[in-house]
Write a protein that binds this ligand. Structure first.
Ligand SMILES: [Zn+2]
Length: 248
């Protein structure tokens, strides 16, 4: 049973946890579709809802991705619009009796997520608790040390994202067009110029090393890691007592 996917509203009534996942529609090189981040967000969110009993919400496809301008295919919005949208969704869930929300983030370019989560918790703990589950921070550093991936050079469309898409949607991946490219710039340089200036193919990583088997293991590990991290985060918030009048 995945609440919110199969079953009815009657099956959702007994949970106070919602899983909201967020992806992006953006260029993913010559071998992957522009829906890649949405597809990964949706699969991970669905798996996390199944594992934890929370309500699955279909992944939001559009977020913030100014860094991916330069070729048609990327669709995004400004950070303040996204801030309002996520805040509204979380408060709507709160008004219906949800107390815990896990936000799965499968796109690295949503820098506004941190203030959204921090301010929701500061303003609404303990009635509402929101956990930020950023795959780039929680899952990706583990893939190479655990022997799932061969490389740790990826920021976008490399070995890992290619592997996950080969597992989830093999019919959408064209490995004959996969390329390896690791630029000599830093991730923060995306504040000063678009992705395609540094990575002409739209790939930052080693896409040719992607396999479906690696993607399957990445998905399983991601769901387990995010479930554990979400439990840890909610325990922090649940165990707080007011401090000089503040619950935060
Ligand atoms: Zn991506």
């Amino acid at each position: 049973m995945i609440r919110g996917f199969n079953g009815s509203i009657n099956d959702i009534a007994d949970t106070d946890l919602a899983i909201l996942s967020v992806g992006s529609i953006e260029q993913h090189g010559p071998h992957l579709p522009v829906i890649t981040d949405w597809a990964i967000a949706d699969a991970v969110g669905k798996g996390l809802a199944e594992k934890t009993g929370g309500m699955y919400i279909p992944a939001l496809p559009i977020s913030t991705n100014k860094e991916n301008r330069g070729k048609k295919g990327s669709v995004g919005m400004h950070s303040d619009t996204f801030y309002r949208m996520i805040t509204d969704i979380c408060l709507d869930l709160k008004a219906q009796g949800f107390r815990k929300i896990g936000i799965v983030q499968a796109h690295g370019g949503i820098f506004v997520m941190k203030p959204i989560v921090r301010e929701l918790n500061a303003d609404y703990n303990p009635e509402l608790m929101v956990a930020q589950l950023d795959m780039l921070e929680i899952c990706w550093p583990k893939f190479k040390p655990m022997g799932i991936l061969e490389t740790d050079t990826e920021l976008h469309s490399g070995e890992g994202e290619t592997s996950m898409m080969l597992h989830l949607y093999p019919e959408l991946v064209d490995m004959s067009k996969a390329v390896d490219f690791v630029p000599s710039v830093k991730r923060s340089d995306l504040n000063y110029g678009g992705f395609l200036r540094y990575c002409p193919d739209g790939v930052w990583g080693e896409a040719t090393k992607g396999t479906a088997e690696k993607g399957k293991r990445m998905l399983e590990l991601s769901i387990n890691e995010l479930a554990a991290e979400m439990e840890r985060i909610f325990a922090i918030m649940q165990n707080k007592q007011p401090m000089n009048g503040s619950w935060f």
